[in-house]
Design a protein around this ligand. Structure first.
Ligand code: BGC
Length: 626
């Protein structure tokens, strides 16, 4: 539908006579952008650069302030946030349409908003949506076609919800397992990560980059994954060759695939905040890598330049580089930053943009270039011509194909790293004991339902635990468990009576800095459980459900077989059973180096990053096919 053009009659070009070029769906995007830009006031342009999180919009007064007064150009769901209702797909669509309607009704020129969200392993903010493996596990499958299919299946739900801007894939190359976002990456091999990022971008955006079905975002530019001490958002020191050869390739691949946007990282690189780094955001991103899309800041990055009030403790502790919001905006815009995830204070942000232009701190041509990128994205997404999303069918949330895809992904990623006495594949007979903290919230990891993962005590999205998967594979009567795995006497008794024990351990879910771990150890309780099982001499398969390699070499030595499940998502339990009982051939290969000890961290590509000699426990690419 042509917004607001209903009363006009169509001319020879298909454009309603007298209607401006920008409203003409058949006009080329650059012409539409130029026409619209020429009609916009400074305030309207400033608004297009503001992205506000939906949790900030609590009622009519906020709607009035943000849309009618500030004219914000975009809205995001911060992790777990929903635009109203119960989080069902229908409620999403209604919520986004409601915001869109309000925005259009209060925009002098009829400029639609674009709604953005993270959706890195399924669109898990939608109730019941499929939870695919996290990126690190997907990397172990070495299968770009699989990654593209998952991105496309995710984008289907994203679009049905009314969301058109996806903040993914994560294009960071993992370097330090202590970092709380390690599992969000496609591992440490820049070429593998590049091929998977490219596939994810194609899956999200669809076949025609000129008309993306949804916009993908390669994040977080650049070298975010090598923070000092492995602390999220801490300063990064990276040499020119590391920037070019390690960190850039996945972004270059995303750009090659026509990625619509790139998000800068939160922290500082080589002494400059990324969001204010012209060297990174203009010289590398635009000039060297040839990026033409929208630059998006991460959450609160511009504000942090003067107030240090958002995000990770490491970044809040950095020095302030701007005196006030106006100078912060100027530093960011002049460096190449564009849309700002403000994420709350839109009025202050837009006022700062206007002041920076009026005071000559930012040239109007720079502002226009940034706004032109956002408008082009909105035109390319079709938002001017078709701003609303149709009422979705609930059947599109989690289809049988989605479940099959999640299972195939987990099947392909599970990595067998040890198999002595030819224990694997296990024979299909009991009694098998499955014991340990084997939960769906662990399988799913962070960024699932909520930022820090499924809250304890909340029912997780549908899925299959390892116990359930093994029961399905073997028949319930052949499979035992111990309800309280901390009960040593019960575990010892059950393990002694079993033919084989699967001891399942790992990590509770986490995200961002909350997941930083100085020593990447297993909890004392879980280590005790593994030692206890191993001491019974019943053949033991150690299964690790974890977002990083944990420092458990002695426990691995004590087990006959060892399997890395990563964070395998909803179908992880079935996939572990598939691989252990030979239903599918194990084909996962480690997408990272597994150090023998925390003393060797950071380690990547089979060597310590400080150049000291070290032998990894498992090398990059390790994986057996029993
Ligand atoms: C994260 C981004 C994410 C954004 C919005 C930030 O804190 O660093 O990866 O896209 O929040 O949820």
């Amino acid at each position: 539908m042509l917004v607001g053009a209903a009363a006009l009659t169509a001319g020879a070009s298909g454009r309603p006579q007298g209607a401006p070029v920008y409203r003409d769906a058949t006009a080329p995007v650059p012409a539409r952008v130029a026409d619209l830009l020429a009609r916009m006031t400074l305030a309207e342009k400033a608004g297009q650069l503001a992205m506000v999180h939906v949790g900030r919009i609590r009622g009519d007064a906020d709607l009035q302030e943000l849309f009618a007064q500030d004219g914000i150009g975009s809205v995001l769901s911060g992790a777990g946030e929903v635009p109203g209702g119960d989080g069902s797909l229908a409620a999403w669509a209604t919520g986004v349409n409601h915001l869109q309607r309000y925005a259009l009704d209060h925009s002098r020129l009829g400029i639609p908003i674009v709604y953005g969200s993270d959706a890195t392993h399924g669109f898990t903010w939608v109730k019941g949506a499929e939870v695919y493996p996290q990126q690190l596990g997907l990397a172990a499958a070495h299968d770009p076609e699989l990654v593209q299919a998952i991105a496309a299946a995710t984008a289907r739900v994203v679009r049905a919800a009314g969301v058109r801007w996806v903040f993914g894939p994560v294009a960071d190359v993992s370097r330090d397992l202590r970092w709380g976002r390690y599992y969000e990456t496609f591992g440490e091999d820049p070429q593998l990560a590049a091929s998977l990022v490219e596939a994810a971008v194609r899956g999200t955006q669809g076949p025609d980059p000129a008309h993306p079905l949804a916009a993908a975002t390669a994040k977080h530019f650049l070298a975010y994954s090598q923070p000092q001490g492995g602390r999220d958002s801490a300063s990064v020191q990276a040499s020119a060759s590391e920037l070019a050869d390690v960190f850039s390739p996945p972004f270059a691949a995303a750009i090659h695939a026509g990625v619509a946007s790139v998000m800068n990282q939160h922290g500082w690189v080589n002494g400059t905040p990324s969001v204010a780094s012209k060297a990174l955001l203009t010289d590398v991103l635009r000039t060297q890598l040839g990026f033409h899309g929208v630059e998006l800041t991460d959450w609160g990055d511009v504000e942090n330049l003067f107030c240090g009030c958002q995000g990770a403790p490491a970044v809040q502790a950095m020095p302030r580089v701007a005196a006030d919001y106006e100078h912060a905006v100027a530093a960011a815009l002049n460096a190449g930053a564009e849309v700002s995830m403000v994420p709350d204070r839109a009025t202050e942000f837009t006022a700062a943009v206007e002041a920076a232009v009026r005071d000559g701190l930012v040239d109007v041509s720079r502002l226009d270039a940034a706004v032109a990128h956002v408008l082009a994205l909105k035109f390319e997404l079709g938002l001017f011509d078709d701003p609303y999303v149709a009422e979705p069918s609930p059947a599109t949330v989690r289809t049988d194909e989605d479940v099959a895809l999640a299972r195939r992904a987990a099947d392909e990623s599970i990595t067998v790293l040890k198999n002595t006495k030819r224990l694997l594949p296990l024979r299909r007979r009991g009694p098998v004991l499955v014991v340990g903290p084997d939960t769906l919230r662990r399988q799913d990891g962070g960024w699932t339902v909520q930022w820090q993962g499924v809250p304890a005590g909340t029912p997780p999205p549908p899925g299959v635990t390892i116990l359930q998967g093994v029961r399905t594979a073997l028949g319930a009567k052949n499979v035992r468990t111990v309800a309280n795995w901390r009960n040593a006497a019960a575990v010892r008794r059950a393990a002694t009576r079993a033919r084989v024990v699967l001891v399942v351990v790992g990590e509770e879910p986490y995200a961002e800095w909350e997941g930083d771990s100085a020593n990447a150890s297993l909890s004392a309780d879980e280590a005790r459980l593994v030692r206890l099982v191993e001491s019974t001499r019943t053949p033991t398969v150690l299964v690790l459900v974890s977002g990083r390699p944990l420092m458990i070499a002695p426990l691995i030595r004590g087990a006959e077989a060892f399997v890395m499940a990563y964070l395998p998502g909803s179908e992880g339990g079935r996939a572990v059973a598939d691989v252990l009982f030979g239903g599918v051939k194990a084909r996962g290969r480690l997408p990272f180096t597994w150090p023998s000890s925390i003393k060797d961290v950071p380690m990547a590509l089979n060597r310590r990053l400080d150049g000291q000699p070290a032998t990894p426990l498992f090398r990059l690419g390790a994986g057996l096919t029993p």
